[in-house]
Design a protein around this ligand. Structure first.
Ligand SMILES: Nc1ncnc2c1ncn2[C@@H]1O[C@H](COP(=O)(O)OP(=O)(O)O)[C@@H](O)[C@H]1O
Ligand SMILES: [Mg+2]
Length: 341
């Protein structure tokens, strides 16, 4: 296995008295070592639940019901391991060795990820000593070094601040410092800049890129913002209703999109030269109710090119290769369609 992570047919469902919510319902993608995968899709399409499945930090009501998440990493004795993260015990030794150490995660809202009752330094020292055999003093020094690395001024003083004493941008930097203190192989960044203003957003994205290079890590960046995808990703998985509907390198996604949903997403980006008053185009219709089961292609009710009898019945289309590394889940675009032609 050359990839660092291979997710195949992942299904994570919520079970409620009212029914099942298929939050993640057959997700496929891979991440190359040191590569950057962008995951893009509208709110509620299952991006965060995919990330939480990989981290094995799901809410109690959610269960991984199918699929594989193969993760390749060198263990503490530097022996290469391939584990299926879907199969390991979420509180077991393997997951404890991986979470926060081999795979780290940052979130949209540092206020909820950071503890309000511990200083940044206490949280850094705890995260470091969980995985590295260092004294408190050594861990604190490493913590200060990490805060410097992420661009926090006067790091040796700021380390004793509480998260609420920092600005939004500095809080995000502190969270990145904690995430990277054990030099993860994979950083999952879930909407890392959505809550920040545009200038700070650009700085944080640049910081992630620089640290990615320095640490030679892979990044999985989750966003609903195609601008962030264009800046960061080298490969892209487009998600719709719990599934990956298109996977390709970033240039193909922007210049040769295949899936009608990807095309609609691209049309919804405001053009730079559009008049300021121009209304943001949106994709017609809304994402159906979470409990609703849509037969056929999950996008067909909103699709401009859907063919009755082909797109609105049966199983959802599989994600099939159309070209080298480009895959699409649309019967109108893949071999299957030719059988009906
Ligand atoms: N804690 C939860 N309880 C119940 N349903 C949830 C919960 N979190 C997410 N979901 C369901 O899973 C779907 C996917 O959520 P999520 O992965 O958070 O979407 P995204 O990150 O793409 O905005 C949502 O549409 C929602 O119905
Ligand atoms: Mg989310």
């Amino acid at each position: 296995m050359e990839n660092i992570l291979e997710v195949k047919g992942l299904k994570t469902h919520f079970r409620f008295d009212e029914g099942i919510v298929r939050a993640v319902d057959g997700v496929d993608f891979r991440i190359r070592p040191q590569g950057t995968l962008g995951i893009v899709g509208e709110s509620g399409c299952g991006k965060s639940i995919t990330a939480m499945s990989i981290m094995r930090l799901l809410p109690r009501s959610a269960k991984i019901v199918d699929g594989q998440m193969l993760f390749r990493y060198p263990d503490s004795r530097n022996i290469e391991q391939i584990v299926d993260l879907a199969q390991v015990d979420e509180d077991g030794r393997t997951m404890l060795e991986i979470r926060g150490n081999r795979i780290a995660m940052i979130f949209q809202e540092p206020m909820t990820a950071l503890s309000p009752v511990h200083t940044i330094g206490e949280q850094l020292v705890e995260a470091i000593r969980l995985h590295q055999d260092l004294s408190k003093r050594e861990a604190r020094n490493l913590g200060i070094e990490m805060l410097r690395k992420v661009g926090i001024p006067r790091a040796e003083q700021r380390i004793d601040d509480y998260s609420f004493q920092l600005s939004g941008g500095l809080r995000q930097r502190a969270m990145i410092a904690i995430a990277l203190c054990n030099r993860p192989l994979l950083l999952i960044a879930d909407e890392p800049t959505t809550a920040l203003d545009v200038t700070i957003q650009a700085q944080i994205l640049r910081l992630i890129r620089e640290l990615q290079e320095e640490y030679a890590m892979a990044v999985m960046i989750i966003t609903h913002n195609l601008g962030v995808i264009a800046r960061m990703a080298d490969e892209v998985a487009v998600m719709y209703r719990g599934r990956v509907v298109e996977f390709a390198d970033v240039d193909s996604i922007f210049h040769a999109p295949k899936h009608p949903y990807t095309k609609a997403l691209l049309r919804s980006i405001p053009k730079v030269d559009a008049p300021r008053t121009a209304r943001l185009l949106s994709i017609r219709g809304t994402v159906p109710e979470p409990f609703a089961v849509v037969p056929g292609c999950p996008f067909h009710p909103r699709c401009d090119v859907a063919v009755a009898g082909l797109c609105n019945s049966g199983e959802p289309p599989a994600l099939l290769p159309v070209r080298n590394g480009h895959a699409v889940a649309c019967v109108l675009e893949t071999e299957e369609s030719r059988r009906y032609a």
